[in-house]
Ligand binder design. Structure first.
Ligand SMILES: *Cc1c(COP(=O)(O)O)cnc(C)c1O
Length: 817
């Protein structure tokens, strides 16, 4: 139980023991550390109680395996879930500190790129809150997602030193370290009983050391564990090697340990095929699978029933080596036959597909794969051999099927095929996405094993993105409908009766205004730009990617600016266009788009002749902590991906929760958002997914026709190559111009249908403006968006995973007192 006086004493004691200082002398960072250690003390009791309950009740456990966990800050979220936020705020006030300022001292643990990693974080929050036994399994990257600096309009990547001051919410657990082996070769031995034994020899190995982070459930004393693995060299081996004079190999092992967890690959929805990446994958998977088996064997003697107590959810194909690693341990270490091991593995592993984009599909060259993971490769070869036999049985003589579905083909190991052939469940992440998987991308697999396919529309946790991120609105909601929404989001629909209530409308929009003031202050402090909090805050924040079409957004801003310049007296409601986006470090066109946004911002923001009607803001270093503030302040949520390309999207849900209105295409979960809120409460435009797919089958379309026939679009495009936004430099943005029009390269022109959707997008913006002018109409729409987002809680998503895939047992924690 939380006690304010004990807590205050604990903070003071911590500053003393950690830093040999009094509270008055401590730096803000030191106060943050002292406070966090005091909070961790409170968490540890529940953590132990949870552990004890799990040991007694022995519930089935999900291991959520993910290369990425985009956690965001832990302090404030932990306090809210512990029901201690207000008391800690008071305790700190009494000690002379502001909790918000102390929260700002915490680095964002940014061990993920974007949506996929944030989904994993939301899932852990929901699993703990719903009372399910779960581990997150991942990598403790020494450097997480890079920090983004904007210099002269360009993105600069700066290393993210999130561990520099030490991270208080992690616990090193060296007693659970595991050895992970790479390279060498496989020697086969015949045992006296005639069984073959496979022994990996002449390998290099790394020691995997787990760091555990507590995942605090909301108001239920459940504390689950996120287990992320660090790498260390195996030191006793090293001494041994020195003795034998194998200096070189010892140093190599040392280097392997140092490099393996060094940095998160900053690619979102894009496969790079680097050997180090495969090393990272096998490193954390081997350690996690070993740990899961070891834990199971502590309580259970029959390994054949492993799947009754354990399930592995593979977050995209990145952790797919888990399938072969489980087979390896079951056969080579537990002594099972192939068929026994296969039965267990195929009942343990389930796979989530996150994208249909070809450039994101993981394919490893056989040469690289078999050299790094020789035994794992043998096992995958055998899985492939048997799978091909199955295909032949089902489709006799059909070579085409084998070509399209084999796990190993054309010199490559296809990880998605391995996951589908070996898993008991394959799910997409939104209705539309799952339908596209079944009917297009994975059609052959769906026809062969339709029972595996299912949909789990993504969700987000309302506890971080409303309760923590927008405290004024959270209080308002609770004042009107009680606090059940915190753990039962569909209850929020009870706000619908207030949609037409003038007082409620005014209060709701006043809270939005206060949040806009807060963001305006942040923008002024970080960008030096003054924005009008009464203007429409039109926001697009997400990873920078061509398919997400930030380019469409900024081209439209250029068009609006032209309109105002040409017709100075035209009616125009002031607009603030807010962008936030990191581009992968090697993604040139994405980085150039950031430069274009900043170049347009420079010109437009400083043109006094337009009377501040348009402001453009690029928020540096978009991440979970500033995201929370941005969603709270948004009027319009830009979700404008090329239809069929965005598997789900989750920021669309975070905006909706905070009363922003979607301006978007019929893509990903936007489709379901519109289903929930009604078409009249969103602004939908553009090509539909089936139209996009049809165009793609026909080799694209002719953007030049649009360029020739539409002078507004032509003018905007010409401004990319006449120096308007580049101080006369006509080459700076030529690549973007070419990408939209030119067919000279092998690339199709306007692959993402930007010109095709441009005018419908502009028309949708006119409708936004008209709706915003009608204050009551807008307030009603905003309230209805918040009130209609019940479906999009990750609590619902997790309950569906539990009911339809994992079949976990629910647990209650009994605490003393
Ligand atoms: C939710 C979230 C994302 C995912 O955004 P999408 O618009 O769904 O791609 C990415 N980054 C952060 C920091 C987020 O909070």
């Amino acid at each position: 139980m939380f006690n304010k006086e004990t807590f205050k004493k604990s903070v003071k004691d911590n500053v003393k023991t950690l830093y040999r200082r009094t509270l008055e002398e401590a730096t803000p960072q030191q106060v943050f550390q002292a406070v966090s250690y005091a909070v961790k003390d409170v968490i540890i009791d529940d953590w132990l109680a949870t552990q004890k309950t799990y040991e007694q009740e022995d519930p089935k456990t999900v291991y959520y395996m993910s290369m990425e966990f985009l956690m965001g800050r832990a302090l404030g979220n932990n306090l809210l879930n512990l029901m201690a936020y207000d008391q800690v705020r008071e305790a700190l006030e009494e000690l002379g500190f502001d909790l918000n300022a102390i929260e700002d001292q915490e680095p964002d643990p940014a061990l993920g790129n974007g949506g996929l990693g944030r989904l994993a974080a939301c899932f852990l929050d929901s699993l703990a809150t719903l009372g399910y036994s779960a581990y997150g399994c991942g990598i403790r990257y020494r450097y997480g997602m890079f920090k983004q600096k904007i210099e002269n309009g360009y993105q600069i990547e700066v290393p993210d030193q999130w561990l520099k001051d030490g991270y208080p919410f992690e616990l090193r657990r060296p007693e659970y370290a595991k050895e992970v082996k790479f390279g060498g070769y496989v020697r086969v031995e015949m045992e006296p009983n005639g069984k073959m034994k496979f022994i990996q020899e002449n390998y290099q190995s790394v020691l995997a050391i787990p760091f555990d982070m507590p995942i605090v459930g909301y108001n239920n004393h459940v504390v689950n564990t996120l287990r992320i693995w660090d790498a260390e060299a195996i030191n006793n081996f090293q001494l041994d090697k020195f003795d034998k004079g194998e200096y070189h190999q010892a140093v190599e092992q040392e280097n392997l340990a140092k490099t393996i967890v060094e940095v998160l690959y900053p690619n979102d929805n894009h496969y790079a095929g680097k050997e180090l990446r495969l090393k990272q994958q096998y490193f954390f998977i081997s350690a996690s699978v070993q740990a899961a088996i070891e834990k199971y064997k502590k309580k259970h003697s029959d390994i054949h029933k492993f799947y009754e107590k354990v399930t592995f959810q593979l977050n995209d194909t990145h952790p797919t080596v888990a399938i072969a690693e489980l087979m390896r341990i079951l056969m080579d270490e537990e002594g099972l036959e192939w068929d026994e091991a296969w039965e267990i593995t195929t009942k343990t592993c389930a796979y989530t597909n996150h994208t249909i984009m070809a450039e994101a599909l993981e394919k490893w060259p056989i040469e690289l794969f078999s050299k790094l993971l020789p035994r794992i490769y043998q096992i995958i070869e055998e899985i492939n051999r048997r799978f091909i036999m199955e295909i032949q049985q089902k489709y006799p003589g059909n070579q085409e099927k084998i070509k399209k579905m084999a796990i190993i083909y054309d010199g490559q190991v296809k990880m998605a095929h391995l996951a589908i052939a070996s898993g008991y469940s394959v799910n997409g992440v939104a209705k539309l996405h799952t339908e596209i998987l079944k009917n297009q991308e994975l059609k052959d697999f769906y026809e062969m094993m339709p029972w595996k396919f299912n949909n789990k529309t993504n969700g987000i946790t309302q506890r971080r993105f409303l309760l923590h991120g927008n405290q004024p609105l959270a209080s308002w909601v609770t004042d009107h409908i009680g606090k059940e929404w915190i753990t039962d989001l569909p209850q929020i629909s009870r706000l619908k009766v207030y949609a037409d209530d003038e007082k409620a409308q005014q209060e709701f929009m006043n809270i939005k205004y206060q949040n806009k003031l807060r963001l305006a202050k942040y923008i002024y402090e970080h960008n030096g730009i003054e924005v009008d909090p009464r203007s429409i805050f039109d926001v697009q924040v997400k990873r920078l990617h061509e398919y997400k079409r930030q380019l469409l957004n900024i081209l439209h801003v250029m068009y609006l600016y032209n309109q105002i310049k040409e017709h100075p007296d035209m009616e125009f409601y002031p607009r603030t266009f807010i962008f936030g986006a990191k581009a992968a470090a090697g993604y040139r066109r994405a980085k150039l788009t950031i430069k274009l946004i900043n170049a347009v911002a420079d010109v437009v923001n400083n043109d006094t002749s337009i009377g501040g009607k348009i402001k453009v803001v690029f928020i540096e270093d978009y991440r979970v902590s500033n995201a929370e503030m941005i969603f709270a302040a948004a009027d319009v949520s830009e979700q404008i991906s090329t239809a069929s390309k965005e598997a789900s999207g989750t920021s669309n849900m975070k905006f909706m929760l905070n009363g922003a209105i979607t301006l978007g295409t019929m893509d990903g979960a936007n489709v379901e958002i519109v289903e929930e809120v009604g078409e009249e409460n969103a602004f939908i435009f553009g090509l539909r997914s089936d139209e996009v797919i049809q165009y793609e089958k026909n080799g694209g379309y002719y953007p030049m026709d649009i360029f020739n026939n539409d002078q507004d679009i032509r003018k905007v495009l010409m401004q990319l190559i006449n120096g308007t936004y580049a101080n006369g430099d006509m080459e700076m943005f030529r690549d973007i111009y070419d990408s939209l029009l030119n067919t000279k390269s092998s690339e199709r022109a306007d692959t993402y249908f930007i010109l095709k959707d441009f005018k419908p997008y502009a028309e949708a913006h006119r409708q936004v403006e008209a709706a915003y002018r009608d204050e009551k109409r807008w307030a009603k729409m905003a309230i209805l968006n918040t009130a209609s987002c019940g479906k999009f809680t990750s609590d619902r998503t997790i309950q569906q995973y539990v009911d339809e895939i994992w079949h976990l047992d629910k647990v209650q924690i009994v605490t003393e007192g």
